[in-house]
Design a binder for this molecule. Structure first.
Ligand code: COA
Length: 320
């Protein structure tokens, strides 16, 4: 048995912010953001929360799959911006959905979170202890951005994407997850500091810090190499792949991956133009967009790949 993606869903906040909107509140421009990243707009939470976006995306994925919440054995939410430290986002989701038979837990792996969740569910399915699972990435990154740091805050957005994974004869051919903690400070955000009666610290909250060029170099080196490795492991050539659904951080990274794999950009769908970088939600929201447009045909070979904080990265090749 393997895991098969049998339904997808996504949710975005209603409030859309253009590059020109940002240029009115900070020293930036549409030209700078668009030419450096490909991003044109992003959606930011005003009324929504990480949980509300996750619930909406998950309900749509269950409906798309024709699966009842009570049939789920496992729920894994990938997020770095849960509304609460505990209970987890996945436990809140279990309650909201009425997934009474599921075990639920969160994964924190930055922008690779959805791939880590997929890999984990695949291991559960292969071991025979799960038949139906819900995995998702949900983020309200705008709450951990330093809105005075134009080099990071213009890149990110908020949203959620989900997928239902069912045990089946065909589906995931190979997936991997990897990490290199030694490079973690390239993209980091501190949690609240130690603060107790014996050790006082100011209660200042930290925000996202990023060494953009280091992350860029890591991505363009690691992503094509990992994709090439998993494809070779299952004897599939890049030419046989219909779509490469990559984490949406920067169009230049995606163009570089396409070039290194000798594949046309038409095989690399985008939603960064509209949504910016939504971390763990990026791959599943894009997958949902492509799925709902009817672009995926039964039997198509699809590659999913994520990379980000940790540093972490992961990829999967599957038959649709
Ligand atoms: N608007 C206008 N100018 C900006 C700006 C903004 N939003 N952000 C930074 N700048 C300025 C800088 O201050 C700098 O000015 P200076 O030369 O006068 O010092 C100049 O633009 C160049 O900055 P730099 O950081 O060298 O730009 P870059 O070409 O490396 O592009 C990124 C920056 C972030 C777009 C690029 O490094 C990148 O995409 N990295 C990968 C990040 C990523 O994908 N992260 C998520 C991974 S999950």
């Amino acid at each position: 048995m393997t895991g098969r993606i049998c339904g997808t869903g996504s949710a975005l906040p209603h409030f859309r912010v253009t590059n020109d909107d940002l240029s009115k509140i900070m020293d930036t421009s549409d030209e700078w953001i668009r030419s450096r990243t490909g991003i044109e707009t992003r959606y930011l939470a005003t009324e929504e929360t990480t949980t509300s976006l996750a619930v909406e995306a998950s309900r749509k994925a269950l409906e798309n799959a024709g699966v009842d919440a009570a049939e789920l054995d496992v729920i894994i939410a990938a997020t770095v911006t849960p509304d609460k430290l505990f209970p987890t986002l996945s436990c809140e989701l279990q309650s909201e959905l009425g997934a009474v038979n599921a075990t639920a837990f969160d994964i924190s792996a930055g922008c690779s979170g959805f791939l880590f969740a997929l890999n984990t569910v695949q291991a559960y399915i292969e071991s025979g202890c799960c038949r139906k699972a819900l995995i998702l990435g949900a983020e309200v990154l705008s709450k951990i951005m330093d809105w005075g740091d134009r080099s990071t805050c213009v890149l990110f957005g908020d949203g959620a994407g989900a997928a239902v994974i069912c045990a089946d004869e065909t589906g995931i051919l190979k997936c991997v997850q990897r990490s290199d903690g030694a490079k973690g400070m390239a993209l980091h955000c501190y949690n609240r500091p130690v603060n107790n009666p014996y050790k006082k610290n100011p209660a200042d909250l930290d925000y996202t810090h990023m060494n953009g060029q280091e992350v860029y170099k890591f991505a363009v080196r690691t992503v094509p190499k990992t994709i090439s490795e998993i494809l070779a492991a299952v004897d599939v050539t890049p030419d046989e792949v219909s779509y490469f659904i990559l984490h949406q951080a920067n169009i230049r990274i995606i163009e570089s991956v396409a070039k290194r794999l000798h594949q046309p950009m038409e095989k690399f769908p985008l939603n960064l133009t509209e949504c910016g970088n939504i971390s763990a939600a990026s791959v599943p929201t894009l997958l949902d967009k492509v799925n709902r447009r009817g672009l995926l045909k039964k039997g198509d070979k699809i590659v999913l790949a994520g990379f980000g904080a940790g540093l972490t990265w992961g990829a999967a090749v599957l038959t649709w």
